[in-house]
Design a protein around this ligand. Structure first.
Ligand code: CU
Length: 288
């Protein structure tokens, strides 16, 4: 993800918002799984095209979501030469006021394998509720001018007593940081590859990737004397923009993955685990 492209994408999205005529109908019922194994989350028809948003589970939840977008023409053939962008937007009713915000998300790029289409990811920072609803607005151009389609989506919570894969915290610099665990998605006993997306809130619409920080990793079992495990490697940023490292789990069960975010050796958010402090306020939770 290249954060510097986002303002451009936003500007194009706004231009398209002004430029193109809205005309779509949505079909809220998910259809049967396509051959890729990806399942339709939401679809809509527009100007003879069918747009499908897909995820592995056919659902969306808070945190990191790998997604695909497929555009089919009237004959059912997937379009590969469209220009596409998207904007996830939550509209919230708060005390009589309407507030809108986005969340971290990538650009859409052509799929490199599997069915023809476009791929990207969205890090939802809030679940859908009676207070707020998510819409992913897709702007696409198949060579006949930009058109815009709204895909209303339901985002469920990913947090429970023993699970958590998204968190946010206000740093010592006053900035709100957002952390999304991408790996391990299926933790096992031993050393697990760990991948985290780290973003900051610049405005309600801008959440760029944070570059060059360090995320310290300290997994503990709160139910078993808060013991740790060997094999942890603190996370540093890779060329893909995500933070890569490793987390060790010496046995099955519930683990709290305590995190400390540092910039040049100084702590921005999270607290180290010590004899007097059994956990960090910045953490993920897994149970397997
Ligand atoms: Cu919200």
């Amino acid at each position: 993800m290249r954060s510097e492209h986002r303002p451009l994408i936003l500007s194009l999205g706004l231009l398209a918002l002004v430029a193109c005529k809205k005309e779509e109908t949505t079909e809220p019922t998910p259809t049967s799984p396509p051959p890729s194994g990806m399942q339709v989350v939401q679809s809509a028809t527009d100007a003879g095209y069918t747009l499908e948003l897909l995820s592995a589970s056919g659902t969306l939840d808070v945190g990191y979501n790998d997604l695909q977008l497929r555009i089919k023409d009237g004959q059912g053939n997937a379009v590969s030469n469209a220009t596409v962008s998207w904007l996830p937007l939550m509209t919230m009713e708060m005390g009589g006021n309407t507030h809108q915000h986005s969340c971290p998300y990538s650009a859409l790029t052509a799929t490199t394998s599997g069915p023809v289409g476009y791929q990207g990811h969205v890090v939802f920072n809030m679940a859908s509720s009676a207070m707020g609803t998510w819409v992913i607005t897709v702007t696409y151009d198949t060579g006949h001018g930009a058109r815009q389609v709204d895909l209303p989506v339901n985002v469920t919570t990913s947090e429970g007593e023993f699970r958590k894969r998204y968190t946010s915290a206000v740093g010592t610099d006053g900035t709100t940081y957002l952390l999304a665990m991408i790996q391990p998605s299926a933790p096992t006993t031993g050393i697990n590859t760990m991948v985290v997306g780290l973003y900051k809130r610049v405005s309600s619409m801008e959440f760029p990737v944070v570059d060059g920080y360090t995320i310290r990793v300290d997994p503990r079992m709160p139910g078993m004397g808060n013991h740790g495990a060997p094999g942890n490697v603190d996370l540093t940023q890779g060329t893909d923009g995500f933070y890569h490292g490793a987390v060790g789990f010496s046995m099955t069960g519930y683990w709290k993955i305590n995190l400390v975010v540092e910039q040049n050796g100084s702590v921005l958010c999270g607290e180290p685990v010590t004899t007097g402090n059994e956990g960090s306020s910045v953490h993920f939770k897994v149970n397997f």
